[in-house]
Design a protein around this ligand. Structure first.
Ligand SMILES: NC(=O)c1ccc[n+]([C@@H]2O[C@H](COP(=O)([O-])OP(=O)(O)OC[C@H]3O[C@@H](n4cnc5c(N)ncnc54)[C@H](OP(=O)(O)O)[C@@H]3O)[C@@H](O)[C@H]2O)c1
Length: 246
């Protein structure tokens, strides 16, 4: 049983839908970790619309380890020190310079900067958030000790090879680093009966929370519902698995 969740990258898109679905169960405590609470308009709107009193907005930036530590400390102060489940969902979207393949990069200097930043947020950020929240997860009140890392099929070697995808290098390279970082954590935490799994949602339309305050599509709700069912079913024998949501 899991009842307290921290969702990293909860301001919009898939992360926000995790917040909405989890907070709909009043016995859950939901910690929505965002970079800037004041400008997370879609999250604020959802909390207001549903009248959620079990959602706590916490600020944290995964690019900065000390910021993750402050977020974890704030969550611990509210829970008494424990947390059942961490959902690491945040990602850095790629700018146009990285949409193309290696041969068509318009500006190598810009590409260098983009790839380095993608590694910092998508790769290193995953290590930061798990590291910072680990003491809380070790003290999981229900003993669940779950970590779900939301990634992409494009972070998998065999998918890129079989589907022959040369485009989107910085997103896919940085997500493959994320998958390996998650795997390293799963190996490290296995003796402590943690369950860490990588979940890949497939293509989901999150355009409803990219701009104005429109309603989200049904496909998003369905994808998150499927991921939550998988998170519910995560037990230590699933540690280190990559679960594709179809
Ligand atoms: N949507 C899809 O089709 C799809 C497909 C496969 C996999 N995924 C995976 O699903 C996850 C969510 O995707 P999405 O489409 O919902 O993305 P999204 O709409 O772009 O949302 C990304 C979230 O990450 C947050 N974020 C960005 N940089 C951050 C940082 N440095 N620290 C903390 N939070 C940060 C953003 O917050 P701000 O408001 O602060 O920017 C936002 O809440 C990602 O891991 C993605 O790789 C999505």
């Amino acid at each position: 049983m899991v009842s307290s969740y921290a969702i990293i990258g909860a301001s919009r898109g898939i992360g926000l839908e995790f917040v909405v679905q989890l907070a709909s169960k009043p016995t859950n405590s939901v910690f929505a970790v965002v970079r800037n609470g004041a400008i997370s308009v879609h999250l604020q709107e959802a909390i207001k619309k549903h009248g959620f009193s079990n959602v706590h907005v916490i600020e944290g930036d995964i690019g900065d380890y000390s910021s993750c530590q402050r977020a974890a400390k704030e969550v611990a102060e509210k829970t008494g020190g424990g947390l059942d489940c961490l959902i690491h969902n945040a990602m850095r979207p790629s700018p146009p310079v990285s949409f193309t393949d290696f041969l068509n990069i318009p500006d190598m200097t810009e590409f260098d900067a983009d790839l380095t930043h993608a590694f910092q947020i998508n790769g290193l950020g995953t290590i930061h958030s798990i590291h910072a929240f680990l003491p809380l997860l070790r003290a999981s009140p229900t003993g669940a000790k779950k970590i779900a890392v939301i990634s992409t099929e494009g972070g998998k070697y065999d998918v890129i090879r079989d589907m022959k995808i040369a485009a989107m290098p910085s997103y896919h390279l940085s997500k493959s680093v994320q998958v390996m970082a998650a795997l390293k954590w799963s190996v490290l935490l296995a003796p402590e009966c943690f369950t860490l799994a990588v979940l890949t949602p497939g293509l989901v339309d999150t355009s409803g929370t990219k701009g104005g305050l429109d309603a989200e599509g049904a496909a998003l709700a369905k994808a998150v519902e499927a991921m939550l069912a998988d998170i519910e079913g995560m037990t230590p024998e699933k540690n280190g698995q990559i679960i594709s949501i179809r």
